[in-house]
Ligand binder design. Structure first.
Ligand code: ADP
Length: 839
């Protein structure tokens, strides 16, 4: 198509455009090489030239944005819109450019129309359609950054999220260079910045550079060189500012009424969309929370492995509610450790691990997981202060943490029946996810499920460990463990029993095990076992078992019933402990004791015989000596001088003492040698006889002996006579000087025996001598103080023992003594009163 044939086409396109807008808007048609073919008066007015002058002129010299839009329309064969500034006017114009076709895919020119910017209808047109298509708050933000700037003629802008009075975060920007956007990540909330003013008051700020210099001087350094005016628009939903949209303009019109109207239209549209999107987000979140909790319930219920459970908890958390999550468990040293950590970006996990161990394990710092572990309290930090990261001494780590982002934090204790078993930590990296009360509630509900799962897994682990320990213990103790059913049958696999006896399952099943019990023990064991099962009490017995090598070994057997909650027996657990060596040792010991006892008895008997013979045989020569010395003393007293008479007297006394000693020795040794003939003996008669013999002493001492009704006992009259005489004699002898002795004898029945006592008011005996005085020749006094041989009580002991009784003393020095002894009553059979059975 030639230029000539193009001209009518261009003209008709121009006429069509013109007609539609009736000359109100600047309209032009250009040829494909971007020369002006036709312009209207409004268009010419923009340039300051006449319509004629402009015809055929190249577009060069016009606003670069306009040139670029036209070139793009030709190149891409598509409609374009752009902003353009006419040099002298300064007002931005919205330029629309359409490619004009002269035939299939042949572009012959473009049509362009400009339109002043501050047109509320145009703003509505430009924004309502994309905003209607948004669903989420994030979509709304994107649309605002992408379309709103364009619609109102701003060249750049930011979106600031307002979390609370002191926390403002830039969540998006357009038109500025990257460095600006990074340096504004967290907005200095304290400053006198227009954004802060808008966020706090809910009032929009429109300002030229001059206004900014006057009202917000601190903000000036942040203003980009291209900016001529600035707006900060609070987007308020339900009485609260959620976002502030800032806009930077290349022109100074932000404060003009027309511009303000447009911006207000923009705010209205944005707020409407925002409100709807917030509701949508809230609904989605509620849905997501419900899903999370139900996912958590099923995912956590399906594993009993601690590691797996922990990983599931953190995985679920980062999938739904956090950018990273950790589960902390207590350590043996009363500290805590991050047992599982997950991050959206797996490469961050190691960095996180070192961060949490360094910064979060201090129990005294409220808010740390260690603190939650100790106090059982949850903790939420909606906005983490940068100081927490800046405390980290390692600059590289610090930088990495800043890069990773650490915005919001929740720690909730994992509690099971009041016990804190761990702590769940959730963190978000972005202001878009700022934790609030709903998130805390969700975290707590997640924690309830996680705690139960973790507790079960920990219990399972502990029970496995104890099972292992139990097995090792059994192996280590060489004991054999078996289980029986509630009704006492050996069922199922019993590896211990099989190993011990070599019986296989078919052989030992039910009561087959009895076959391995020694035939002599079998009936007794079965009876004991059945009665234990019936009574549900511990089975405790001894038995011989034929072990795998065919020999019999001794076992201590003990089994206990394992009860169910309802008190019924679930099963029996029993243990066979090999005590063969112990039994053999006992048998050997008994044999040796027996041997020694026989030897001892033999040597005792020999000694007694010797004592008997010696004392008996010595009596004869002693009698001769006594007779002769008596004769010497009587007949030849005059022959001796005084000293001679004294010496002679001493010889006589010595002889008498020797006689008494020999008499006592003879009595003592006779007790062992003599056969004991038992007969009923009236003990009151024995007392009377003794008193008869002791009448001299009784008279000398002025003492008194009383006795209650005394029994008839079974014994040797002679020996029991000795017993009573010695005890009453001692009671009178060991009297307190200046005090008349009072002796009382009484008896009480003690089953088959009589328990008799002889009580005096004498000098008494120190505790430490109470046993020693029964030993032969043991005396506590000199012969000068109290005469005696030290054999009296030894004789008493021997007599009571030979009668199957025993003797002992209770005493209090200075107060008196009571000698106790027991003797068989006449009702006792002679065999029961045998000397070996002690009483
Ligand atoms: P002996 O009377 O010949 O000294 P015994 O064997 O009868 O020997 O007594 C041993 C010791 O026990 C006595 O020397 C005396 O110290 C103490 N004893 C015995 N009976 C009494 C008593 N009734 N009161 C205090 N001490 C006693």
């Amino acid at each position: 198509m030639t230029p000539d044939t193009q001209a009518p086409l261009l003209r008709s396109s121009f006429a069509a455009l013109e007609g539609e807008h009736a000359g109100a808007l600047p309209v032009a048609v250009l040829t494909a090489d971007l020369r002006l073919a036709h312009v209207n008066a409004a268009f010419a007015a923009l340039s300051g030239f006449s319509v004629d002058k402009l015809s055929g002129q190249p577009l060069k010299g016009w606003a670069p944005e306009l040139q670029a839009a036209c070139a793009r329309a030709v190149r891409e064969d598509s409609a374009q819109t752009s902003l353009a500034y006419t040099p002298d006017h300064g007002a931005p114009q919205k330029v629309s450019v359409w490619p004009l076709h002269g035939g299939p895919s042949q572009i012959i020119g473009v049509a362009l129309r400009t339109q002043p910017l501050h047109d509320e209808a145009a703003v509505t047109l430009a924004l309502s359609r994309p905003l209607i298509q948004t669903l989420t708050v994030d979509d709304v933000r994107q649309v605002l950054l992408k379309h709103a700037l364009n619609a109102v003629g701003a060249y750049a802008g930011t979106l600031i999220e307002v979390i609370d009075e002191s926390n403002l975060f830039m969540v998006g920007s357009a038109g500025y260079g990257v460095p600006v956007e990074q340096s504004w990540q967290q907005f200095p909330a304290h400053s006198g910045f227009p954004v802060v003013h808008a966020a706090h008051t809910g009032e929009a700020v429109f300002a030229t550079l001059d206004d900014l210099g006057q009202n917000y001087p601190d903000f000036l350094p942040f203003i980009q060189p291209a900016t001529r005016s600035f707006a900060a628009l609070p987007l308020m939903v339900d009485g609260r500012v959620h976002l502030v949209l800032t806009l930077s303009f290349r022109h100074t019109l932000a404060g003009t009424a027309g511009c303000q109207r447009c911006l207000r239209t923009l705010v209205d549209l944005a707020v409407q969309a925002l409100r709807r999107a917030q509701q949508y987000d809230a609904a989605c979140q509620a849905q997501a929370r419900a899903t999370l909790l139900s996912d958590a319930s099923s995912a956590l219920a399906s594993s009993l492995d601690v590691k797996e459970t922990l990983d599931r908890i953190t995985a679920l958390s980062i999938h739904h509610v956090a950018d990273w999550a950790a589960v902390y468990l207590p350590t043996a040293e009363r500290s805590i450790t991050a047992a599982a950590i997950a991050h959206q970006d797996p490469e961050m996990v190691e960095l996180l691990r070192s961060f949490v161990t360094q910064s979060l394990t201090e129990a005294n710092l409220p808010g740390t997981p260690a603190w939650s572990m100790q106090t059982g309290q949850a903790f939420m930090l909606p906005v983490v202060p940068p100081a927490l990261i800046d405390q980290n001494p390692d600059p590289e780590r610090r930088a990495a943490l800043h890069r990773m982002g650490f915005h919001s934090l929740i720690h909730v204790p994992l509690t099971v029946q009041g016990r804190v078993v761990g702590v769940l930590g959730l963190a978000s990296s972005h202001p878009e996810r700022t934790y609030g009360p709903d998130d805390l509630l969700l975290a707590e509900q997640l924690a309830v499920r996680a705690a139960l799962a973790l507790d079960s897994a920990l219990l399972h682990e502990a029970s496995q460990l104890s099972e292992q320990r139990y097995r090792s213990l059994i192996d280590a103790t060489r004991q054999t463990v078996w289980t029986n059913t509630a009704d006492g049958l050996l069922l199922g696999e019993q590896p211990g029993w099989a190993r011990l006896t070599g019986q296989d399952q078919a052989a030992y099943s039910r009561t087959g095990w009895l076959e391995a019990i020694h035939p002599d023990d079998r009936a007794r064991n079965l009876e004991q076992w059945q009665s234990a099962v019936r009574a549900r009490t511990t089975y405790d017995t001894h038995q011989r078992v034929r072990v795998a090598d065919g020999t019999y070994r001794h076992f201590q057997v003990r089994a206990v019933p394992v009860l169910q909650a309802d008190g019924m027996v679930r099963e029996w657990v029993g243990v066979h402990t090999d005590i063969t060596e112990q039994v053999e040792l006992e048998v050997e010991l008994e044999r040796r004791v027996e041997e020694r006892t026989v030897a001892l008895a033999r040597s005792n008997a020999e000694l007694e015989r010797f004592a008997y013979v010696a004392s008996h045989d010595l009596q004869e020569p002693l009698r001769t000596i006594a007779g002769l010395t008596g004769l010497l003393e009587r007949r030849y007293a005059d022959v001796y001088d005084e000293r001679g008479r004294t010496l002679l007297h001493m010889v006589v006394q010595g002889t008498e003492r020797m006689k008494t000693l020999l008499d006592d020795l003879l009595v003592y040794s006779r007790l062992g040698a003599e056969r004991l003939t038992l007969e009923p003996v009236d003990t009151s008669a024995l007392v009377e006889e003794a008193l008869e013999r002791l009448s001299g002493t009784l008279e000398d001492s002025g003492g008194r002996v009383t006795y209650a009704a005394l029994p008839t006992v079974l014994g040797s009259h002679f020996q029991l006579g000795q017993l009573f005489q010695n005890l009453i004699g001692n009671a009178l002898k060991f009297r307190t000087p200046g005090l008349s002795p009072e002796v009382h004898i009484q008896a009480v029945r003690d089953e088959e025996f009589w328990h008799l006592t002889v009580t005096d008011n004498g000098i008494g005996i120190e505790d430490s001598y109470l046993e020693r005085i029964f030993v032969m020749f043991q005396r506590l006094h000199t012969r000068e103080a109290y005469a005696g041989t030290g054999l009296g009580l030894a004789i008493c002991q021997k007599v009571t023992e030979r009668h199957g009784g025993r003797i002992w003393v209770e005493s209090q020095p200075g107060v008196g003594s009571t000698f106790h002894f027991t003797l068989p009553s006449v009702s006792i059979s002679a065999s029961a009163a045998n000397p070996l059975s002690r009483r």
